[in-house]
Design a protein around this ligand. Structure first.
Ligand code: SAM
Length: 251
């Protein structure tokens, strides 16, 4: 379970809200039962239940654990807002695989209407999905889910990353595997080195040529993901697996 650093002070942890209900009602927790808590930043521990009532679980630290389930290559998925609940699928699956952050954005061919009033509720739901997927995947950190950005705002963030790959279905030259080999050899050669990578994925109708030029001008490398056209919700997952494989996270 993920808790705030405030709930996880010294050798005690206090769990409330949905997580407490999950322990009590779903897991049928009993005194002495053990589980893992993380503050999502710097601390993870095996704890045992000491006290509980209907809404709150108090547990004591049994053993501090090493936080070792986060990849050295921090991959952010920038996803042009897809239709329906596909963004939820992207967040859930890419959290399991190992993405550290999600940035939804609007591009020229984004089909869905962006309703700023409904955004709060949707963002809260996406963040809950990231938390639950992080828990089930035994991640040490919950990936962040940012507010949707405009295309221009997204371009302005490119300089925050060590590399940016613009996934472009019309790219016939550079393929993601070749680009990654060069990048990993340069950025992750030292055993303790860390690096960041932004993967930019288009909407159902793809990117325009103008967007492709703008992305390259802002510092992105245009990459193909093979000769098959992937669904917009599949492309980020495929690119993420390539990145984490190449950086040594998958063997
Ligand atoms: N029409 C389908 C859909 O509704 O999902 C396919 C959409 S595809 C155009 C969506 C995005 O996935 C593209 O803009 C690109 O970012 C990425 N993508 C899909 N296949 C790709 C490939 N072979 N190479 C590079 N990027 C790809």
């Amino acid at each position: 379970y993920f808790v705030t650093p405030g709930q996880f002070a010294g050798d005690r942890v206090e769990i409330t809200g949905d997580d407490a209900r999950h322990i009590i009602k779903v897991m049928r927790g009993k005194l002495g039962d053990k589980f893992i808590v993380s503050d999502g930043e710097s601390r993870e521990a095996l704890v045992g239940i000491e006290e509980m009532d209907g809404t709150c679980v108090q547990a004591a630290v049994i053993e501090e654990l090493e936080m070792k389930n986060e990849p050295r290559l921090a991959v952010t998925i920038a996803q042009s807002l897809p239709k329906g609940d596909k963004m939820e699928t992207v967040i859930q699956k890419c959290t399991e695989i190992g993405a550290v952050s999600f940035v939804p954005f609007l591009s020229e061919r984004t089909i869905v209407q962006y309703d700023a009033k409904k955004e709060g509720k949707r963002l809260a739901r996406w963040r809950k999905i990231a938390k639950e997927a992080a828990e089930q995947a035994h991640r040490n950190r919950i990936p962040s889910v940012e507010q949707p950005l405009s295309w221009k705002q997204l371009l302005a963030t490119f300089s925050d990353y060590d590399a940016v790959y613009f996934c472009y279905e019309k790219e016939e030259g550079s393929q993601i595997g070749d680009a990654l080999k060069l990048f990993v050899a340069r950025a992750l050669q030292e055993p303790l080195a860390r690096a960041s990578l932004l993967l930019v994925v288009g909407p159902e109708g793809g990117f325009t040529e103008e967007e492709s030029r703008a992305a390259e001008a802002a510092g992105a490398v245009s990459v193909g993901l093979g000769s098959r056209i992937l669904r917009c919700e599949t492309a980020g997952m495929a690119a993420l697996v390539c990145a984490l494989y190449e950086s040594g996270e998958m063997g």
